[in-house]
Design a protein around this ligand. Sequence first.
Ligand SMILES: Nc1ncnc2c1ncn2[C@@H]1O[C@H](COP(=O)(O)OP(=O)(O)OP(=O)(O)O)[C@@H](O)[C@H]1O
Ligand SMILES: O=C(O)c1ccc[n+]([C@@H]2O[C@H](COP(=O)([O-])O)[C@@H](O)[C@H]2O)c1
Length: 229
Amino acid sequence: MSVRKLLVCYGGTFDPVHNGHLAVARAARDGLGAEVALLPAHDPPHKGPTRADAMQRAEMLELAVAGEAGLSVDRRELRRDGPSYTFDTLGELRAEHGEAAPIAWLIGADSLLQLHAWHRWRELFDRAHIVAVQRPGSQVDAARLRQQAPEVLAEIAGRWLPPADLAAAANGGFALLPMPQLRPESSTELRRRIRTGGDWIGWVPPAVAAYIVREGLYRDPGDILVPSP
Ligand SMILES: Nc1ncnc2c1ncn2[C@@H]1O[C@H](COP(=O)(O)OP(=O)(O)OP(=O)(O)O)[C@@H](O)[C@H]1O
Ligand SMILES: O=C(O)c1ccc[n+]([C@@H]2O[C@H](COP(=O)([O-])O)[C@@H](O)[C@H]2O)c1
């Protein structure tokens, strides 16, 4: 039986992309033997207005992964109006790749704890696997899920797979991605540091840092704030 290569889709606001995102994408590529597509959200459903516009966020992402094997940027959400629902994105990907292709949607642990608030969230499993990665401050285990997101725990309970088994099925599984080392970076803290003159250059690839400086991004007072509902 031939097992097809897993496609891992890693969606985000990427406002801006940082080295934590890249470490997660590389861990998925290397740990799961996957191709990883990074998808900037045009209009992230649970976030307020972004600080950089969608084109700038996509350009920074492209600079961040340029020349890196196994990582690419997929701009499809920029071509859709309205909230960038993952359910819709996975519908497009499923139609393009076919019913048998193994596809996974990759999220951080903070996103997993909110998964029950996503548009048609249970049906995401009809279209992809969900893979979560631990994040400092939001690390998940069964006890934390039971306390903070019992519906999510109930949904994934029968779906747990060893990461190596994801490629053997098209969708429907849940796995935790092993991360060699947890990463502290966040876009919110990065923007705060840029605004306040803190130490931020080492948190992004050099080409992204140059872009931020050139475009004068994240320097207005409003850039400190992230109104997340
Ligand atoms: N350092 C990190 N470790 C693990 N997962 C992360 C990390 N940073 C971001 N993620 C995950 O990557 C996805 C996209 O993240 P996003 O673009 O929202 O960046 P962010 O740093 O979480 O931004 P913000 O601080 O504005 O919320 C989310 O699922 C998030 O949980
Ligand atoms: O589909 C949804 O309802 C939904 C709700 C929240 C987040 N998402 C997606 O999850 C990814 C990470 O979101 P964020 O807000 O942490 O950048 C990004 O691709 C979003 O479009 C999707």
